[in-house]
Write a protein that binds this ligand. Sequence first.
Ligand code: 5GP
Length: 262
Amino acid sequence: MNEGEIVWNINAIITAEIVYLLHTFVFKKIFISGKININMKKIAEGKTKIVYEDGDRYIIEFKDEMTAFDGLKKTSFEKKGFYNKEISVKLFRILEENGVKTHFIEDLGGNRIAVKKLEMIPVEVVCRNIAAGSILKRLPLEKGTKLNGIVEFFYKSDELHDPMISEDHMRFFGEDPERIKEITKKVNRILSEYLEKKGVTLIDFKLEFGKLNGEYILGDEISPDSCRFWIKDRSYDKDVFRFDKGDVSNVYREIYEIICGD
Ligand code: 5GP
């Protein structure tokens, strides 16, 4: 083999390798992101997320839509689903590293994650560090009062407007409010500490739990849709949209960069 042939052969090998890697990468990207997974069946669609069944797991797709006040106020903006997915993935990973079990399995890129199949309980668990939002309409409290992680339960129902329920109601429905409170307070400690280092105060947040093999596992999302994040006195969450406090798409991009950046 002369020198010219050797160079040609090396070039051919390199070209073949690049074609193979590109093919594998593109195939994986398309297949794993679920775009052509014909086995995936849509099983639920809510205001901001779609759930698909994919064998023994679910795929959650975060939509770009945003709603408030029981769906009466609506908007959408580019990358909203991506920001919420990225923030949820970051916070689920931090919780898992600190011993909180979540439904998160893997990030599929774009707006999608793969999660464990949980049997969800129809309860919204709210934890409040600082008085803001609906508690100000229920109790004689000044906005900004320290609450140090008070936990409240709400029955999840648009029709009934998510009424607040007691721990006895939870027990009546067969749930264990003490265990849920314990996990919620742990989540609060871990997330508050992480966010505080980034200059963000975790004012309050809403969690949803499901059961797997009789154990409570954290499900749903943890995002600016479901938490109040303040930097100094400014909101970096859905309140910006709820109360027309500025450009919500900029605020979501900024809080994504702060929470997910190094
Ligand atoms: P509030 O009860 O003050 O309206 O809400 C307390 C916290 O829970 C806020 O961070 C809010 O975003 C979150 N939250 C309450 N209800 C819902 C809900 O139905 N969906 C979402 N995504 N978050 C909620």
